[in-house]
Design a protein around this ligand. Structure first.
Ligand code: ADP
Ligand code: X15
Length: 396
Protein backbone atom coordinates (compact mmCIF):
# COMPACT_ATOMS: atom_id res chain seq x y z
CA UNK A 1 0.00 0.00 0.00
CA UNK A 2 1.32 3.45 -0.81
CA UNK A 3 1.75 5.77 2.06
CA UNK A 4 2.87 9.30 2.60
CA UNK A 5 5.18 10.91 5.09
CA UNK A 6 3.15 13.47 6.99
CA UNK A 7 3.90 16.32 9.36
CA UNK A 8 3.82 13.78 12.19
CA UNK A 9 7.05 12.34 10.79
CA UNK A 10 8.77 15.71 10.45
CA UNK A 11 11.13 17.24 12.98
CA UNK A 12 10.52 20.94 12.33
CA UNK A 13 11.97 22.53 15.47
CA UNK A 14 14.41 25.27 14.56
CA UNK A 15 14.15 24.28 10.88
CA UNK A 16 13.29 26.40 7.86
CA UNK A 17 10.17 24.69 6.53
CA UNK A 18 9.19 25.42 2.94
CA UNK A 19 5.42 24.99 2.84
CA UNK A 20 3.70 24.90 -0.58
CA UNK A 21 0.08 26.03 -0.15
CA UNK A 22 -2.60 27.26 -2.55
CA UNK A 23 -3.10 31.02 -2.13
CA UNK A 24 -4.79 31.24 -5.52
CA UNK A 25 -7.92 32.72 -3.98
CA UNK A 26 -10.67 34.78 -5.60
CA UNK A 27 -10.06 38.55 -5.20
CA UNK A 28 -12.13 41.61 -5.95
CA UNK A 29 -10.85 45.17 -5.57
CA UNK A 30 -7.76 43.88 -3.76
CA UNK A 31 -9.80 41.90 -1.19
CA UNK A 32 -10.09 38.13 -0.85
CA UNK A 33 -13.74 37.16 -1.46
CA UNK A 34 -13.62 33.52 -0.36
CA UNK A 35 -11.43 32.50 2.57
CA UNK A 36 -11.92 28.73 2.27
CA UNK A 37 -8.46 27.93 0.92
CA UNK A 38 -6.84 30.13 3.59
CA UNK A 39 -8.87 28.53 6.38
CA UNK A 40 -7.91 25.05 5.19
CA UNK A 41 -4.15 25.66 5.57
CA UNK A 42 -4.34 27.03 9.12
CA UNK A 43 -3.76 23.63 10.84
CA UNK A 44 -0.56 23.01 8.87
CA UNK A 45 0.86 26.50 9.37
CA UNK A 46 0.07 26.71 13.09
CA UNK A 47 1.31 23.17 13.70
CA UNK A 48 4.72 23.97 12.20
CA UNK A 49 4.91 27.35 13.92
CA UNK A 50 3.85 25.98 17.32
CA UNK A 51 6.49 23.27 17.09
CA UNK A 52 9.15 25.92 16.58
CA UNK A 53 9.64 25.77 12.83
CA UNK A 54 10.17 28.81 10.63
CA UNK A 55 7.19 28.76 8.26
CA UNK A 56 8.27 29.82 4.78
CA UNK A 57 5.26 29.86 2.46
CA UNK A 58 5.55 29.20 -1.26
CA UNK A 59 2.54 29.70 -3.52
CA UNK A 60 1.41 30.95 -6.92
CA UNK A 61 -1.27 33.47 -7.76
CA UNK A 62 -2.96 33.65 -11.15
CA UNK A 63 -1.08 32.86 -14.33
CA UNK A 64 1.38 35.76 -14.71
CA UNK A 65 3.87 35.84 -17.54
CA UNK A 66 6.90 37.07 -15.60
CA UNK A 67 6.83 39.68 -12.84
CA UNK A 68 3.40 41.32 -12.66
CA UNK A 69 2.61 43.53 -9.63
CA UNK A 70 -1.14 43.06 -10.22
CA UNK A 71 -0.63 39.36 -9.35
CA UNK A 72 1.51 39.88 -6.26
CA UNK A 73 0.87 37.65 -3.26
CA UNK A 74 1.31 40.72 -1.06
CA UNK A 75 -2.41 41.41 -1.49
CA UNK A 76 -3.30 38.04 0.09
CA UNK A 77 -1.10 38.49 3.18
CA UNK A 78 -3.55 40.62 5.28
CA UNK A 79 -6.35 38.08 4.79
CA UNK A 80 -4.02 35.21 5.70
CA UNK A 81 -2.89 37.04 8.84
CA UNK A 82 -6.55 37.62 9.80
CA UNK A 83 -7.44 33.98 9.35
CA UNK A 84 -4.34 32.83 11.25
CA UNK A 85 -4.74 35.52 13.91
CA UNK A 86 -0.95 35.93 13.72
CA UNK A 87 1.39 38.35 11.97
CA UNK A 88 2.59 37.25 8.54
CA UNK A 89 5.73 38.72 6.95
CA UNK A 90 6.22 39.11 3.21
CA UNK A 91 9.28 39.02 0.92
CA UNK A 92 9.24 40.52 -2.56
CA UNK A 93 10.92 37.52 -4.20
CA UNK A 94 10.78 33.77 -3.65
CA UNK A 95 14.50 33.14 -4.38
CA UNK A 96 17.85 34.91 -4.08
CA UNK A 97 19.08 37.47 -1.56
CA UNK A 98 15.67 39.05 -0.92
CA UNK A 99 14.15 35.71 0.06
CA UNK A 100 17.22 34.55 2.02
CA UNK A 101 17.33 37.73 4.11
CA UNK A 102 13.61 37.53 4.88
CA UNK A 103 13.95 33.90 5.98
CA UNK A 104 16.91 34.85 8.21
CA UNK A 105 14.90 37.70 9.68
CA UNK A 106 12.00 35.59 10.98
CA UNK A 107 12.35 33.67 14.22
CA UNK A 108 11.27 30.06 14.80
CA UNK A 109 7.47 30.04 15.14
CA UNK A 110 7.00 32.95 12.73
CA UNK A 111 5.41 32.94 9.31
CA UNK A 112 6.66 34.42 6.04
CA UNK A 113 5.05 34.48 2.57
CA UNK A 114 7.45 34.57 -0.37
CA UNK A 115 6.35 36.31 -3.59
CA UNK A 116 4.44 34.48 -6.36
CA UNK A 117 6.56 31.56 -7.58
CA UNK A 118 5.18 32.06 -11.11
CA UNK A 119 7.06 35.36 -11.43
CA UNK A 120 9.96 33.08 -12.45
CA UNK A 121 9.70 31.00 -15.62
CA UNK A 122 11.60 28.16 -13.93
CA UNK A 123 8.52 27.46 -11.77
CA UNK A 124 6.21 26.12 -14.46
CA UNK A 125 9.12 24.57 -16.38
CA UNK A 126 10.26 22.85 -13.18
CA UNK A 127 13.84 23.90 -14.01
CA UNK A 128 16.48 22.26 -11.80
CA UNK A 129 18.27 25.59 -11.17
CA UNK A 130 15.07 27.21 -9.99
CA UNK A 131 14.25 24.22 -7.79
CA UNK A 132 17.73 24.57 -6.29
CA UNK A 133 17.22 28.28 -5.68
CA UNK A 134 13.93 27.59 -3.86
CA UNK A 135 15.46 24.74 -1.88
CA UNK A 136 18.29 27.01 -0.70
CA UNK A 137 15.85 28.68 1.71
CA UNK A 138 14.61 25.54 3.44
CA UNK A 139 15.64 22.43 5.34
CA UNK A 140 12.50 20.45 4.57
CA UNK A 141 9.45 20.64 2.33
CA UNK A 142 5.78 20.35 3.28
CA UNK A 143 3.26 20.00 0.43
CA UNK A 144 -0.17 21.28 1.36
CA UNK A 145 -1.59 22.36 -1.99
CA UNK A 146 -3.62 19.42 -3.29
CA UNK A 147 -5.43 21.83 -5.60
CA UNK A 148 -2.14 22.53 -7.42
CA UNK A 149 -0.87 18.93 -7.27
CA UNK A 150 -1.81 18.25 -10.91
CA UNK A 151 0.97 20.69 -11.89
CA UNK A 152 4.51 19.29 -12.17
CA UNK A 153 6.00 22.64 -11.20
CA UNK A 154 9.16 23.41 -9.22
CA UNK A 155 7.31 24.28 -6.01
CA UNK A 156 4.74 21.47 -6.26
CA UNK A 157 6.88 18.58 -7.54
CA UNK A 158 10.53 19.62 -8.00
CA UNK A 159 11.18 20.38 -4.34
CA UNK A 160 9.81 17.00 -3.28
CA UNK A 161 12.61 15.35 -5.24
CA UNK A 162 15.49 17.32 -3.75
CA UNK A 163 14.63 17.55 -0.07
CA UNK A 164 12.79 15.61 2.66
CA UNK A 165 9.10 15.97 1.73
CA UNK A 166 5.96 15.61 3.84
CA UNK A 167 2.23 15.94 3.25
CA UNK A 168 0.67 18.82 5.19
CA UNK A 169 -2.62 18.50 7.05
CA UNK A 170 -4.84 19.63 4.16
CA UNK A 171 -3.05 17.38 1.70
CA UNK A 172 -3.40 14.52 4.17
CA UNK A 173 -7.13 15.14 4.69
CA UNK A 174 -7.65 15.39 0.94
CA UNK A 175 -5.77 12.13 0.26
CA UNK A 176 -7.61 10.33 3.07
CA UNK A 177 -10.97 11.47 1.69
CA UNK A 178 -10.12 10.53 -1.88
CA UNK A 179 -8.88 7.11 -0.81
CA UNK A 180 -12.09 6.49 1.13
CA UNK A 181 -14.15 7.58 -1.86
CA UNK A 182 -12.59 5.68 -4.74
CA UNK A 183 -9.50 3.65 -3.89
CA UNK A 184 -10.89 1.67 -0.99
CA UNK A 185 -14.55 2.62 -0.75
CA UNK A 186 -17.35 0.93 1.10
CA UNK A 187 -19.80 -0.31 -1.54
CA UNK A 188 -22.16 0.44 -3.15
CA UNK A 189 -20.42 3.53 -4.54
CA UNK A 190 -22.41 6.20 -6.36
CA UNK A 191 -20.78 8.85 -8.54
CA UNK A 192 -22.80 11.92 -9.46
CA UNK A 193 -21.41 13.65 -12.52
CA UNK A 194 -23.21 16.77 -13.64
CA UNK A 195 -22.22 20.01 -15.24
CA UNK A 196 -22.40 21.51 -18.65
CA UNK A 197 -20.76 19.29 -21.24
CA UNK A 198 -19.85 15.66 -21.81
CA UNK A 199 -16.82 16.73 -23.86
CA UNK A 200 -15.04 18.10 -20.77
CA UNK A 201 -15.64 14.95 -18.74
CA UNK A 202 -15.07 12.02 -21.11
CA UNK A 203 -12.00 10.63 -19.32
CA UNK A 204 -13.70 11.10 -16.01
CA UNK A 205 -16.82 9.17 -17.06
CA UNK A 206 -14.65 6.40 -18.54
CA UNK A 207 -12.62 6.01 -15.35
CA UNK A 208 -15.59 6.23 -12.97
CA UNK A 209 -17.57 3.65 -14.92
CA UNK A 210 -14.80 1.18 -14.06
CA UNK A 211 -14.86 1.98 -10.36
CA UNK A 212 -18.38 2.78 -9.19
CA UNK A 213 -21.63 0.84 -8.95
CA UNK A 214 -23.94 3.68 -10.02
CA UNK A 215 -23.01 6.55 -12.31
CA UNK A 216 -25.67 9.24 -12.01
CA UNK A 217 -25.45 11.69 -14.90
CA UNK A 218 -27.04 15.10 -14.55
CA UNK A 219 -26.83 18.65 -15.86
CA UNK A 220 -26.45 19.61 -19.49
CA UNK A 221 -24.36 16.52 -20.13
CA UNK A 222 -27.29 14.20 -19.37
CA UNK A 223 -28.99 15.64 -22.47
CA UNK A 224 -26.37 14.08 -24.74
CA UNK A 225 -27.01 10.69 -23.13
CA UNK A 226 -30.77 11.18 -23.49
CA UNK A 227 -30.32 12.11 -27.15
CA UNK A 228 -28.22 8.95 -27.55
CA UNK A 229 -31.27 6.99 -26.35
CA UNK A 230 -33.31 8.66 -29.06
CA UNK A 231 -35.10 11.15 -26.79
CA UNK A 232 -36.01 14.57 -28.16
CA UNK A 233 -34.19 17.25 -26.14
CA UNK A 234 -35.51 20.33 -27.96
CA UNK A 235 -33.19 23.33 -27.67
CA UNK A 236 -31.35 21.93 -24.65
CA UNK A 237 -27.59 22.19 -24.32
CA UNK A 238 -26.62 18.95 -26.08
CA UNK A 239 -23.51 17.76 -27.89
CA UNK A 240 -25.22 15.89 -30.73
CA UNK A 241 -21.84 15.02 -32.25
CA UNK A 242 -21.05 12.99 -29.13
CA UNK A 243 -24.07 10.67 -29.06
CA UNK A 244 -21.96 7.75 -30.29
CA UNK A 245 -19.42 8.49 -27.57
CA UNK A 246 -22.23 8.53 -25.02
CA UNK A 247 -23.42 5.13 -26.31
CA UNK A 248 -19.88 3.75 -26.00
CA UNK A 249 -19.66 4.98 -22.39
CA UNK A 250 -22.99 3.29 -21.58
CA UNK A 251 -21.84 0.01 -23.19
CA UNK A 252 -18.50 0.11 -21.35
CA UNK A 253 -20.25 0.82 -18.06
CA UNK A 254 -22.58 -2.15 -18.58
CA UNK A 255 -19.54 -4.40 -19.14
CA UNK A 256 -18.09 -3.18 -15.86
CA UNK A 257 -21.33 -3.79 -13.95
CA UNK A 258 -21.87 -0.06 -13.47
CA UNK A 259 -25.44 1.22 -13.79
CA UNK A 260 -25.89 4.53 -15.58
CA UNK A 261 -28.70 6.59 -14.11
CA UNK A 262 -30.33 9.29 -16.24
CA UNK A 263 -33.19 11.70 -15.48
CA UNK A 264 -36.71 10.28 -15.79
CA UNK A 265 -38.36 13.70 -15.70
CA UNK A 266 -37.07 17.23 -16.21
CA UNK A 267 -37.79 20.92 -15.71
CA UNK A 268 -38.04 22.77 -19.03
CA UNK A 269 -38.13 26.45 -20.01
CA UNK A 270 -38.00 28.41 -23.22
CA UNK A 271 -35.51 30.95 -21.88
CA UNK A 272 -32.18 30.50 -20.09
CA UNK A 273 -32.80 32.96 -17.26
CA UNK A 274 -33.75 33.08 -13.60
CA UNK A 275 -37.46 32.59 -12.93
CA UNK A 276 -38.20 31.85 -16.58
CA UNK A 277 -41.64 30.38 -17.05
CA UNK A 278 -41.17 26.59 -16.76
CA UNK A 279 -42.87 23.22 -16.45
CA UNK A 280 -42.07 19.71 -15.25
CA UNK A 281 -42.47 16.99 -17.85
CA UNK A 282 -41.59 13.38 -18.55
CA UNK A 283 -38.41 12.66 -20.44
CA UNK A 284 -40.41 11.85 -23.60
CA UNK A 285 -42.36 15.11 -23.56
CA UNK A 286 -39.79 17.87 -24.18
CA UNK A 287 -41.13 20.21 -26.90
CA UNK A 288 -38.88 21.37 -29.78
CA UNK A 289 -38.71 24.97 -28.48
CA UNK A 290 -37.92 23.95 -24.87
CA UNK A 291 -34.66 23.60 -22.94
CA UNK A 292 -34.03 21.13 -20.13
CA UNK A 293 -32.65 23.20 -17.23
CA UNK A 294 -32.99 20.83 -14.27
CA UNK A 295 -34.02 17.33 -13.24
CA UNK A 296 -37.62 16.86 -12.09
CA UNK A 297 -39.04 15.60 -8.76
CA UNK A 298 -39.26 11.94 -9.85
CA UNK A 299 -35.60 12.00 -10.85
CA UNK A 300 -34.69 13.54 -7.50
CA UNK A 301 -36.64 10.79 -5.74
CA UNK A 302 -34.89 8.14 -7.82
CA UNK A 303 -31.40 9.49 -7.11
CA UNK A 304 -32.17 9.90 -3.40
CA UNK A 305 -33.40 6.29 -3.22
CA UNK A 306 -30.11 5.13 -4.76
CA UNK A 307 -28.17 7.21 -2.24
CA UNK A 308 -30.27 5.67 0.52
CA UNK A 309 -28.85 2.25 -0.40
CA UNK A 310 -25.30 3.47 -1.02
CA UNK A 311 -22.34 3.68 1.33
CA UNK A 312 -20.15 6.09 -0.62
CA UNK A 313 -20.82 9.11 -2.83
CA UNK A 314 -18.43 11.03 -5.09
CA UNK A 315 -19.97 14.20 -6.54
CA UNK A 316 -18.81 16.50 -9.31
CA UNK A 317 -21.05 18.92 -11.17
CA UNK A 318 -24.58 20.26 -10.63
CA UNK A 319 -27.83 18.60 -11.82
CA UNK A 320 -29.07 21.74 -13.53
CA UNK A 321 -28.46 25.40 -14.20
CA UNK A 322 -28.16 25.92 -10.44
CA UNK A 323 -27.20 29.61 -10.68
CA UNK A 324 -30.70 30.38 -11.95
CA UNK A 325 -33.64 29.95 -9.57
CA UNK A 326 -35.65 27.72 -9.53
CA UNK A 327 -33.40 25.50 -11.65
CA UNK A 328 -31.22 24.87 -8.58
CA UNK A 329 -33.97 22.69 -7.11
CA UNK A 330 -32.67 19.30 -8.27
CA UNK A 331 -29.12 19.99 -7.09
CA UNK A 332 -30.28 21.45 -3.77
CA UNK A 333 -32.69 18.56 -3.05
CA UNK A 334 -30.17 15.80 -3.80
CA UNK A 335 -27.43 17.69 -1.91
CA UNK A 336 -29.68 18.03 1.13
CA UNK A 337 -30.50 14.31 1.10
CA UNK A 338 -26.82 13.37 0.73
CA UNK A 339 -25.88 15.74 3.54
CA UNK A 340 -28.48 14.23 5.87
CA UNK A 341 -27.48 10.64 5.05
CA UNK A 342 -23.89 11.65 5.82
CA UNK A 343 -24.80 13.36 9.08
CA UNK A 344 -26.72 10.23 10.15
CA UNK A 345 -23.61 8.12 9.49
CA UNK A 346 -25.03 6.18 6.51
CA UNK A 347 -22.89 7.70 3.77
CA UNK A 348 -19.31 8.82 3.10
CA UNK A 349 -19.71 11.80 0.77
CA UNK A 350 -16.87 13.49 -1.06
CA UNK A 351 -17.40 16.37 -3.48
CA UNK A 352 -15.17 18.65 -5.51
CA UNK A 353 -14.85 20.85 -8.57
CA UNK A 354 -15.36 24.59 -8.89
CA UNK A 355 -19.09 24.83 -9.52
CA UNK A 356 -19.85 21.83 -7.35
CA UNK A 357 -18.56 23.53 -4.23
CA UNK A 358 -20.55 26.66 -5.07
CA UNK A 359 -23.68 24.55 -5.64
CA UNK A 360 -23.28 22.63 -2.35
CA UNK A 361 -22.68 25.88 -0.47
CA UNK A 362 -25.78 27.33 -2.07
CA UNK A 363 -27.69 24.26 -0.93
CA UNK A 364 -26.35 24.73 2.64
CA UNK A 365 -25.13 21.12 2.43
CA UNK A 366 -21.34 21.45 2.20
CA UNK A 367 -20.75 21.45 5.98
CA UNK A 368 -22.40 18.07 6.41
CA UNK A 369 -20.49 16.34 3.60
CA UNK A 370 -17.64 14.10 4.74
CA UNK A 371 -15.21 16.14 2.66
CA UNK A 372 -15.51 18.96 0.18
CA UNK A 373 -12.36 19.47 -1.83
CA UNK A 374 -11.26 23.02 -2.62
CA UNK A 375 -9.60 21.68 -5.76
CA UNK A 376 -11.06 22.15 -9.21
CA UNK A 377 -8.71 20.81 -11.88
CA UNK A 378 -6.77 18.52 -9.52
CA UNK A 379 -9.99 16.91 -8.26
CA UNK A 380 -11.12 16.29 -11.85
CA UNK A 381 -7.77 14.80 -12.84
CA UNK A 382 -7.93 12.52 -9.84
CA UNK A 383 -11.45 11.42 -10.87
CA UNK A 384 -10.03 10.77 -14.33
CA UNK A 385 -7.50 8.40 -12.77
CA UNK A 386 -4.53 10.50 -13.88
CA UNK A 387 -1.36 10.61 -11.79
CA UNK A 388 -0.94 13.83 -9.80
CA UNK A 389 2.78 14.76 -9.80
CA UNK A 390 2.51 16.76 -6.56
CA UNK A 391 1.05 13.71 -4.82
CA UNK A 392 3.24 11.06 -6.39
CA UNK A 393 6.41 12.82 -5.27
CA UNK A 394 5.28 12.38 -1.65
CA UNK A 395 4.79 8.63 -1.82
CA UNK A 396 7.19 6.57 0.26
N1 ADP B 1 -29.37 21.53 -18.16
C1 ADP B 1 -28.42 22.48 -18.24
N2 ADP B 1 -28.42 23.36 -19.27
C2 ADP B 1 -27.45 24.31 -19.34
N3 ADP B 1 -26.45 24.44 -18.46
C3 ADP B 1 -26.42 23.59 -17.43
C4 ADP B 1 -27.39 22.58 -17.28
N4 ADP B 1 -27.08 21.88 -16.16
C5 ADP B 1 -25.97 22.45 -15.64
N5 ADP B 1 -25.55 23.46 -16.39
C6 ADP B 1 -24.40 24.35 -16.15
O1 ADP B 1 -23.22 23.62 -15.94
C7 ADP B 1 -22.30 24.47 -15.29
C8 ADP B 1 -21.38 23.70 -14.41
O2 ADP B 1 -20.70 22.76 -15.19
P1 ADP B 1 -19.19 22.37 -14.97
O3 ADP B 1 -18.35 23.59 -15.09
O4 ADP B 1 -18.92 21.25 -15.89
O5 ADP B 1 -19.20 21.85 -13.44
P2 ADP B 1 -18.02 21.80 -12.37
O6 ADP B 1 -17.28 23.13 -12.39
O7 ADP B 1 -18.69 21.58 -11.05
O8 ADP B 1 -17.15 20.66 -12.77
C9 ADP B 1 -23.13 25.46 -14.51
O9 ADP B 1 -22.80 26.76 -14.96
C10 ADP B 1 -24.55 25.11 -14.85
O10 ADP B 1 -25.38 26.24 -15.08
O1 X15 C 1 -7.00 27.41 -8.46
C1 X15 C 1 -6.42 26.43 -8.96
O2 X15 C 1 -7.01 25.61 -9.85
P1 X15 C 1 -8.62 25.30 -9.87
O3 X15 C 1 -9.32 26.58 -10.19
O4 X15 C 1 -8.73 24.26 -10.97
O5 X15 C 1 -8.95 24.73 -8.52
C2 X15 C 1 -5.03 26.04 -8.59
O6 X15 C 1 -4.42 27.05 -7.82
C3 X15 C 1 -4.19 25.74 -9.83
O7 X15 C 1 -4.06 26.88 -10.63
P2 X15 C 1 -3.65 26.74 -12.17
O8 X15 C 1 -4.81 26.08 -12.89
O9 X15 C 1 -3.37 28.15 -12.66
O10 X15 C 1 -2.42 25.87 -12.23
Amino acid sequence: MTSFRTLDDADVKGKRVLVRVDLNVPMEDGKVTDLTRLERIVPTLTDIADRGGKVVILAHFGRPKGVDPSQSLKAVVPALADVLKRPVAFAADCIGEVAAQAVDAIRPGEILVLENTRFHKGEEKNEPDFVKALAANGDLFVADAFSAAHRAHASTEGLGRVMPAYAGRTMQAELDALTRALEKPERPVVAVVGGAKVSTKLDLLGNLSKKVDFLVIGGGMANTFLAAEGKAVGKSLCEHDLVDTARAIVAEAAKNGCRIVLPVDVVCAKEFKANASHRVCGIDEVAPEEMILDIGPKSVEHVVSILGRAKTLVWNGPFGAFELEPFDNGTVSVAEAAAELTRAGHLVSVAGGGDTVAALNQAGAADRFTYVSTAGGAFLEWLEGKPLPGVDVLRT
